[in-house]
Design a protein around this ligand. Structure first.
Ligand SMILES: Nc1ncnc2c1ncn2[C@@H]1O[C@H](COP(=O)(O)OP(=O)(O)OP(=O)(O)O)[C@@H](O)[C@H]1O
Length: 289
């Protein structure tokens, strides 16, 4: 599972995504994340992969969830926030289940589905979850019905999850047990482990201990990506360039409202003036890490 757990069926983002993310810190090491953008993935390395080719690609199907993963600090939130800012009506977010108590201001069914441990366990037994995990003595999970609710609301369901969640969803999809179409798996790759550490430190929210854990997990995530587990990878070195590649891939695989009017998304409406990542406005969707 990932660091967070929640989101809203085509509804507002979780009230406190950062809090939710910090609830679920993970564990991690170092390595050098190589690479580029690749569609279908045997071990993508330093070379850039070809641009997506919509004309010859698969039919666009907005019912296919978009599963985005990548090490902490790779820039998932940064890139996704750009996408959501540019296409505000296109995407929806699931509401996760959790056994933790609601915090002040949190609304059941909006921030999370707050359930007892017994209820959570029964949902696990019923195979109701696409993925679930325990963090700090609490359970978090993304249900199949939460994803379905998003697609029924005609939104593209975005799931921001970590490696174990990806593996779980892959297994469910391979068993043809997805309630929606098969997901697309996209990996946001940091240019290097040094850069991951630098970004995490610059974020100012991490301790040495959490940085070390996140680095260790990052290494495992990158190794998993090298195994060819994802449909597409983008290296987030320069955020604007990475966003451009991500957007191009998304436009080739989904019908985004407003994309045609905008001239098929060639213009990056959210381009940072400084060419860097924003990182300031963080809204998390499917908290899953
Ligand atoms: N291309 C980039 N160049 C420089 N800094 C970047 C780039 N992309 C993101 N950052 C910065 O790196 C930090 C981590 O980015 P972000 O929070 O988007 O990562 P994340 O993958 O969502 O991490 P987490 O999973 O821990 O939430 C942020 O401070 C962000 O501004």
């Amino acid at each position: 599972m990932s660091d967070s757990a929640a989101a809203a069926a085509a509804t507002p983002l979780p009230a406190s995504p950062e809090a939710a993310k910090s609830e679920l810190a993970a564990a991690v090491t170092a390595s050098d994340g190589a690479a580029a953008t690749t569609e279908t993935s045997p071990a993508p390395k330093k070379e850039e992969s070809p641009a997506p080719a919509p004309a010859s690609g698969p039919p666009k199907d907005n019912k296919r969830p978009l599963v985005v993963s990548g090490p902490s600090g790779s820039g998932k939130s940064t890139l996704l926030n750009k996408l959501f800012a540019e296409y505000p009506d296109a995407f929806g977010f699931t509401v996760s289940h959790t056994t933790r108590a609601p915090r002040e201001g949190e609304v059941d069914g909006k921030n999370y589905h707050f359930v007892t441990r017994e209820k959570f366990d029964s949902l696990v037994a019923e195979k109701a979850f696409l993925e679930h995990a325990e963090f700090a003595d609490n359970m978090y999970g993304t249900s199949k019905s939460a994803v379905e609710a998003v697609t029924k609301a005609n939104k593209i369901c975005v799931l921001d999850i970590e490696m174990n969640g990806v593996k779980s969803i892959k297994a469910i999809a391979q068993a043809n047990e997805m309630p929606t179409g098969a997901p697309w798996f996209v990996f946001i790759r940091p240019p290097s482990m040094d850069e991951v550490e630098k970004r995490l430190r610059a974020r100012g929210t991490e301790t040495d201990d959490t940085i070390a854990k996140r680095m260790a997990v990052a290494k495992a995530e990158i190794e998993y990506a090298d195994s060819g587990a994802h449909d597409f990878q983008v290296v987030n070195d320069n955020a604007d360039e990475a966003y451009g590649k991500l957007k191009e891939w998304v436009l080739a695989h989904y019908e985004l409202p407003g994309a045609e009017k905008k001239g098929d998304g060639k213009k990056d409406a959210t381009k940072d003036k400084k060419g860097g990542a924003d990182g300031k406005k963080k809204s998390k969707f499917c908290l899953v890490q």
